[in-house]
Design a protein around this ligand. Structure first.
Ligand SMILES: Cc1cc2nc3c(=O)[nH]c(=O)nc-3n(C[C@H](O)[C@H](O)[C@H](O)COP(=O)(O)OP(=O)(O)OC[C@H]3O[C@@H](n4cnc5c(N)ncnc54)[C@H](O)[C@@H]3O)c2cc1C
Length: 512
């Protein structure tokens, strides 16, 4: 009987090799941590369960189309300030990406035929919004200008670990006003700020969907710090699409990681974080292999980390408390469509949000998100065709425990309902379909390794802004978390922030 190889990572002298840091997962959060640490001289190993890097920012190819798995609206690729974290992460390991500026962040198609475009140009956006709500013109300006105050504080300083006292002291003496500004906004939510200036109920609902489309909760529950970033950076660094598709970001980070001496292994599913005397010291793979490191960093969600990679029964009290405050958001039903180019009316924007009934904004199949990246980079589809990535919230529970036949039928029926709704914006969509692949919360769980396929954590109730989001250290010595279940939350630029912060904290702990 073949014996299970326990420790294959032997150095040339036959001794067990120890890494400075092992990163579980190659999402953007994990890769930014790994590249930052490698750039500081750390010996880093990334273990990725899938075949390629990127996680929710990965890609797949079918019949001449290159589809983004998830993210398509990319913040953080600006070329000025400090909040352009994707640009900075790539640069730190001497790689770069060509990007294509998107002139419009979103075209909203809302109830009662309310259509609003968020232009890259701030003034143009404000004027379009004011045209719909002229009585609120002062409130609109005051609200969005206050978001800029948050952004300007963030954009004044290097974004590193808020768990590192020497950094905090330095940054405070360098930028005292910006720091005080952030302390003021940290416990605030968007709804409270918006209601200081705005009373029109429809405009307040518009601000709900402005938040919901990235935080998946309404303004009342969306932290002001995140809104400051999103509502301002879209006009500052702008939304920029990476040439060749979103998957290029992870591929480039891996190239940079390897250039800096780091390693990545694919098809390397971690099944266990090994602890000794209560300290994280290594990981075990599904193959039985074990790897050890001075520091272990999990890019899996907190639910996966503390319920599956560590014994759920021994969950630290701080994690239990976090789970009482935050719950898993729904996953998505995703339609990856290839369509004939003439389906898109002339002047169609890249990103759309569709909602016909305000009451249904947060319900499954309520809000529909559409991205058409081929409008920016036609090379992602065969000539004469476009990609439509369409997704809408869907709960894992609704797809559990059904037979394969029922599953396929349910997928087809759901896709049909979504396409029918989109026909109003893209007439002829159904007839113009060239390719369709439907993903469900089950696909998100299977391919992304995320518990219940969740998009990430959302507050169970109204919380004090971002105060409750944990940083990178955990209650288990030697174990850190990075990615969307750490401060400041979901989105590529946000998880890149988490990666910078995590690498900074780990670097200091390693004495680098
Ligand atoms: C449909 C959809 C649309 C989105 N749209 C946008 C958008 O337009 N703009 C935007 O900024 N954000 C968007 N997001 C959110 C954004 O993609 C995520 O917040 C971000 O990519 C999460 O990054 P992460 O590093 O936290 O983790 P993930 O992307 O989840 O990566 C984690 C990685 O860890 C690996 N892994 C997990 N467990 C293990 C294990 N046990 N062993 C080894 N490897 C493991 C996974 O395979 C994965 O590669 C979208 C997300 C989705 C799902």
């Amino acid at each position: 009987m073949p014996s299970v190889k326990k420790s294959l990572n032997l150095a040339a002298n036959g001794n067990l090799m120890e890494f400075d840091a092992i990163v579980i997962g190659s999402g953007i959060g994990g890769l930014v941590t790994a590249t930052q640490l490698a750039a500081k001289g750390a010996k880093v190993l990334v273990l990725e369960r899938y075949l390629i890097p990127g996680g929710s920012a990965g890609y797949f190819e079918r019949e001449g189309y290159r589809f983004d798995v998830g993210a398509s609206m990319i913040f953080g690729f600006g070329n000025k300030g400090t909040t352009n974290l994707l640009t900075r992460a790539l640069k730190a390991v001497n790689v770069s990406l060509e990007t294509i500026p998107d002139p419009t962040q979103i075209h909203y198609h809302l109830p009662e035929d309310l259509k609003i475009r968020v232009h890259r140009d701030y003034e143009k956006f404000l004027l379009e919004l004011i045209e719909h709500f002229p009585q609120e013109q002062h409130g609109i300006r005051q609200f969005y200008d206050e978001c800029w105050q948050v952004f300007n504080c963030l954009n004044a300083m290097d974004l590193l670990s808020l768990e590192e006292p020497r950094y905090l002291t330095r940054v405070f003496f360098q930028h005292p006003m910006a720091c005080l500004g952030l302390v003021k906004y940290l416990p605030m939510n968007v709804g409270d700020v918006a209601r200081k200036y705005i009373t029109d109920p429809t405009l307040l609902k518009f601000l709900d969907i402005e938040c919901y489309c990235w935080s998946v909760v309404p303004a009342e529950m969306t932290p002001m710090i995140n809104a400051g970033m999103v509502f301002s950076d879209r006009h500052y660094g702008g939304i920029n699409y990476p040439k060749g598709g979103v998957g290029q970001i992870a591929l480039k980070l891996v190239e940079g990681l390897e250039k800096a001496g780091g390693e990545i292994k694919y098809k390397a599913r971690v099944t266990k974080i090994i602890t000794e005397d209560g300290k994280a010291v290594g990981v075990k793979l599904a193959t039985g292999e074990e790897f050890r490191a001075k520091r272990i960093i999990s890019n899996a969600t907190r639910w996966d980390t503390f319920e599956h990679l560590l014994p759920a029964a021994e969950m630290p009290p701080s994690e239990k408390k976090w789970q009482q405050r935050y719950q898993k958001s729904p996953s998505f039903l995703s339609l990856h469509l290839g369509v004939a180019a003439d389906v898109l009316p002339l002047g169609t924007e890249c990103h759309h949000i569709v909602l016909e009934d305000w009451q249904k904004m947060e319900l499954p199949e309520g809000t529909i998100f559409v991205s058409i990246p081929t409008l920016l980079d036609p090379s992602l589809a065969p000539e004469g065709c476009h990609i439509l990535h369409v997704f809408t919230p869907s709960w894992f529970e609704d797809w559990r425990g059904i037979s394969e036949n029922e599953y396929e039928e349910k997928k087809e029926a759901a896709a049909g309902r979504i396409i029918e709704r989109l026909e109003k914006i893209f007439p002829g969509l159904d007839a113009g379909l060239d390719y369709m692949e439907v993903g469900t919360p089950r696909s998100h769980r299977r391919f992304l390794g995320r518990d219940d396929g969740t998009y990430g954590p959302i507050p169970r109730r109204k919380l004090a802004g971002l105060l409750g989001m944990p940083f990178n250290r955990t209650a288990i010595p030697g174990l850190y978390c990075v990615g969307d279940s750490t401060f400041p939350g979901q989105g590529l630029n946000a998880v890149a922030f988490s990666g910078f912060a995590c690498a900074h904290r780990v670097g200091v702990d390693l004495g680098l």
